[in-house]
Design a binder for this molecule. Structure first.
Ligand SMILES: *Cc1c(COP(=O)(O)O)cnc(C)c1O
Length: 431
């Protein structure tokens, strides 16, 4: 345990000792008034890697020089380009290469995977999820339930925090699964909740879900690239994530899917098919009757989205460079703990809890993000932060999310944010 200090020299010493300190220079920071932002919004849109232009340009050049022949010619034929990404995606989510594939966008993949893995029967038709899930997930799940002819009010069980709490107790999640056991077709949770930053115990949820006979899937939008995952070993049935948050692949970036190997031999799994999911070696025979490619690739629908994949590829190379998730998580635990410490210091100095942290303080129950609720004037405080070059984000009705991302944020960033919170807090007190 490090004894944190609330001063610049301490933050700078932490940065000097940071094994990932050089990575900051691999990314482009947005500017305001000629100064780079202290960017704490990687939970929403990760920063652009400097190599993104170059890697994207390679593919623009291939398109220019090879045009249609780019699918099979050149040093990275588009026909096989996704394989380069699969290799680099697998260690991020703890899967084999066969179990992951880049395709589509996140909510689209949620739908496609629910087509395969939400198969309600008269007796077992319910989906259990976290209350306050990201709206897209709520809409996707409701519409899937309706599509199968059920009423969302009856078919969706939301596990909510105890009254007065912001986050869920693992025991409550597991109990809800056990209590509704025989009626649950699917357990579908986020890996990390977007609002509170709570990291769920995916291994325990998966185990309990399986014990009652349900399928278990996760939306890893806020978890992939943020915390280490072991999807294969945890025996998770399926998962999907976006690449533009902690994985820095650009706005609207390609999504990734995971399907556990144990499902590969099962011919009964329904899917919405398309030609790109067809067996690769015979795809261009253009024959009638769908035969899926082995592994997660068999869930592909449309042809490879080369340009967004190039951006994801650029970003993944930087994850590879540092040895993937372990070094990131090591730094992240300390960096975010420092933000907790700094916010508490600010509150102490203000003599009241002006900034209430709703993210779990336990490092095993959170990732990089810290969500705070200001006692008063929340939106005004947030706007003040932005005006003074600290960019987090605001989530209705009252939360400021601040995410020091270990890939490119520094201890100095956190210290400086604290200085600004203190000054805005003081000015409120003087009003
Ligand atoms: C960011 C996020 C999304 C966004 O979905 P898109 O289809 O990429 O627009 C969906 N679900 C969760 C939980 C998210 O955090």
């Amino acid at each position: 345990m490090i004894n944190f200090e609330n001063n610049l020299a301490f933050a700078q010493a932490m940065d000097a000792a940071d094994p990932l300190k050089a990575m900051r220079d691999e990314y482009l920071f947005p500017q305001q008034n000629g100064q780079p932002f202290i960017y704490l919004c990687g939970n929403s849109l990760g920063l652009q890697p400097k190599i993104a232009k170059e890697v994207l340009n390679e593919q623009l050049n291939n398109w220019q020089n090879l045009a249609v022949e780019g699918w099979f010619e050149g040093d990275k034929p588009w026909m096989f380009y996704h394989k380069e990404l699969k290799k680099l995606m697998a260690p991020i989510v703890g899967a084999s290469e066969l179990e992951v594939c880049p395709m589509n966008t996140l909510t689209v993949n949620l739908h496609l995977l629910m087509v395969s893995f939400y198969r309600p029967t008269q007796k077992r038709f319910k989906i259990i999820m976290e209350a306050g899930a990201f709206p897209s997930d709520q809409y996707a799940i409701e519409s899937q339930v309706r599509f199968h002819g059920y009423d969302p009010k009856e078919a969706i069980i939301e596990v909510a925090p105890k009254s007065g709490a912001y986050t869920l107790a693992t025991a409550d999640i597991l109990e809800a699964i056990q209590t509704n056991g025989e009626e649950i077709a699917l357990v579908l949770f986020g890996g990390i909740n977007y609002f509170t930053g709570q990291l769920f115990d995916m291994e325990a949820i998966t185990k309990t879900g399986h014990e009652v006979g349900a399928i278990v899937g996760f939306d890893l939008a806020h978890a992939a690239g943020n915390v280490p995952l072991q999807l294969h070993d945890w025996n998770v049935d399926f998962a999907c994530w976006c690449s533009y948050k902690y994985q820095n692949a650009g706005p609207g970036g390609i999504s990734g899917v995971f399907v556990h190997q144990k499902h590969f031999g099962n011919q009964d799994i329904p899917r919405f098919a398309g030609w790109w999911g067809y067996q690769e070696k015979n795809r261009f025979l253009m024959e009638k009757g769908f035969v899926p490619e082995a592994g997660a690739d068999g869930w592909q629908v449309s042809c490879t989205q080369v340009m967004p994949m190039a951006l994801y590829h650029a970003s993944l190379k930087l994850f590879e460079k540092i040895g993937f998730m372990e070094p990131l998580r090591n730094k992240s635990k300390t960096l975010t703990a420092y933000l907790f410490y700094i916010i508490n210091e600010v509150n102490n100095e203000l003599g009241e809890e002006q900034f209430k942290i709703i993210t779990p303080p336990n490092e095993n129950e959170r990732g990089a993000q810290v969500s705070i609720i200001a006692k008063s004037n929340g939106k005004q405080i947030f706007d003040h932060l932005v005006k003074n070059n600290v960019l987090g984000d605001w989530r209705e009705p009252n939360v400021i999310r601040l995410s020091p991302v270990p890939m490119y944020n520094s201890f100095k960033d956190v210290f400086k944010t604290g200085e600004l919170l203190l000054s805005v807090g003081k000015s409120l007190n003087n009003d």
